[in-house]
Design a protein around this ligand. Structure first.
Ligand SMILES: Nc1ncnc2c1ncn2[C@@H]1O[C@H](COP(=O)(O)OP(=O)(O)OP(=O)(O)O)[C@@H](O)[C@H]1O
Ligand SMILES: [Mg+2]
Length: 167
């Protein structure tokens, strides 16, 4: 399934994040795609908050990765914008991370290339007027099932307005 959502303000992005958190699978890799200022960090931060991460969510712009305990495991929030080469990922200890992380939120995943675990869910964000548009694309059956649950959750008030056909 596909989903395209209009997110007219940051609060809409935060509601989408909360809905995604509420029906997440036990283990998931999420790619957050989109250019500078597209809203990737806003979504990642809101997802972590929705999972009970308290206090400031640090930006991994310089550290490349920040880790947080979440229910049932650990979240790894990566921002690979400053990654000089995919080989630099070795220094991050991706293997150890892979053993522990149950939720991966990866900004600028295209910089990590094939060294990253494949995405269960790709969230492609773009600027759309004063707001943002989110395209949700599953990469695995788990991601597809996740979007199915999200769709049910969004029947009520919640995530952004679905983009009308043809727009
Ligand atoms: N749905 C939205 N509508 C309007 N503004 C938004 C929306 N989501 C986020 N923003 C705003 O866009 C700005 C950039 O957001 P954010 O830092 O999350 O982008 P980013 O994709 O992480 O950018 P970068 O790649 O530069 O780190 C922030 O001021 C944020 O409040
Ligand atoms: Mg960011």
């Amino acid at each position: 399934m596909k989903r395209d959502l209009d997110l007219p303000d940051p609060e809409a992005t935060e509601r989408l994040a909360a809905d995604l958190a509420g029906c997440r699978p036990a283990w998931a890799v999420v790619y957050l795609e989109g250019g500078l200022g597209a809203g990737k960090s806003t979504l990642a931060r809101a997802l972590l908050r929705a999972l009970g991460v308290k206090g400031a969510v640090r930006s991994p712009t310089y550290t490349l990765v920040e880790r947080y305990p979440i229910p049932g495991g650990e979240a790894a929030h990566l921002d690979l914008y400053r990654l000089a080469s995919a080989a630099e990922l070795d220094f991050l200890g991706l293997d150890e991370l892979a053993a522990d992380a149950t939720l991966w939120l990866i900004e600028w995943p295209e910089r990590g290339k094939t060294l990253l675990p494949p995405a269960d869910l790709r969230i492609q964000l773009s600027v759309h007027g004063k707001g943002r548009r989110a395209r949700l694309r599953p990469g695995t059956q788990s991601g597809e099932a996740w979007l199915g649950r999200l769709e049910q959750a969004a029947q009520g008030p919640g995530a952004g307005q679905e983009v009308p056909r043809g727009s």
